[in-house]
Write a protein that binds this ligand. Structure first.
Ligand SMILES: C[S@@+](CC[C@H](N)C(=O)[O-])C[C@H]1O[C@@H](n2cnc3c(N)ncnc32)[C@H](O)[C@@H]1O
Length: 254
């Protein structure tokens, strides 16, 4: 059923208030705005499995026009811009957009990054604008009855979109969400594989892949190295386990 304007207004206000507060706390007194590393997009996305999948799917980003979907603080755009991409980013939270703009300036890529406040369900960008679009932990905050057609609309023909997002039924994360409701917004809805059906009408290719059942601490490199092959074997032998992984990587081609 079509949502009314006031239903969206309530949703947007709820999300914006939550994330305005979050980024204000996180970057209080400009703490953390300046990156302590010099990594490029290729370096950073090479570090973690799910990001590596996105990097391999996108190919080179130099001179490509990329949309950072629900960008938050805009940290992904910094890495992309360091590799020569032309970045646009948007978010429903005005404070996040403010922080993202400052973060790009402080890190010397302000001329390659433009951020604005707009909604994923009705993005303020013309049709066929972007070569690539990436969203991290973002899609599950949007209304999937609306966002897939918008994503397709702003991509150029043949353009690619990728998302790394949370799956709903990972047992540990399910429990975590249940007991930490104050750390989540009212409207966010972690993904399920069946959501692929909502993308298929708008894309020539829509692929959903699961990652990380046991390997849920990506920064613990040694542990991850041991657990990832075990995860791969579990998924190969028990394909239904794809529903219980921590992450989904979504690859779309218009
Ligand atoms: C979990 S954060 C992820 C932010 C960023 N992508 C990152 O990786 O840090 C989700 C973001 O989605 C934004 N958001 C929520 N609903 C939105 C909507 N309907 N349209 C645009 N942005 C939205 C929030 O303000 C928040 O910044």
């Amino acid at each position: 059923m079509e949502k009314t304007l006031s239903e969206y207004q309530e949703r947007y206000q709820n999300e914006a208030e939550f994330f305005d507060h979050e980024v204000e706390e996180m970057f209080r007194n400009d703490r953390g705005l300046k990156f302590s590393n010099q990594l490029t997009y290729e370096d950073y996305f090479g570090l973690f499995t799910t990001y590596r999948v996105v990097k391999d799917f996108f190919g080179p980003v130099k001179e490509r026009k990329i949309l950072d979907f629900a960008c938050g603080s805009g940290w992904i755009s910094i890495y992309l811009a360091r590799s020569g991409a032309e970045c646009c980013g948007f978010d429903i939270s005005p404070k996040s957009v403010e922080i993202a703009t400052r973060m790009a300036e402080v890190n010397g890529v302000g001329s390659r990054c433009q951020f604005k406040v707009t909604a994923a369900e009705k993005m303020d960008y013309p049709d066929n604008t972007f070569d690539l679009l990436f969203g991290n932990a973002a899609l599950h905050h949007t209304d999937l009855d609306k966002s897939p057609s918008e994503i397709a609309r702003v991509l150029k023909p043949g353009g690619k979109a990728a998302f790394i997002d949370d799956l709903r039924h990972h047992p540990v994360m399910w429990l975590y969400r249940k007991f930490t409701t104050d750390k989540h917004t009212h409207y966010e809805t972690p993904m399920v594989h069946q959501n692929v059906e909502q993308f298929k009408p708008y894309f020539t290719s829509a692929v959903f892949e699961s990652y990380d059942f046991l390997s849920i601490f990506p920064k613990q490199k040694r542990l991850t190295k041991i657990l990832q092959p075990i995860d791969a074997s579990i998924l190969a032998v028990l394909p239904f386990m794809k529903h219980f992984c921590r992450h989904i990587v979504i690859k779309l081609i218009k």
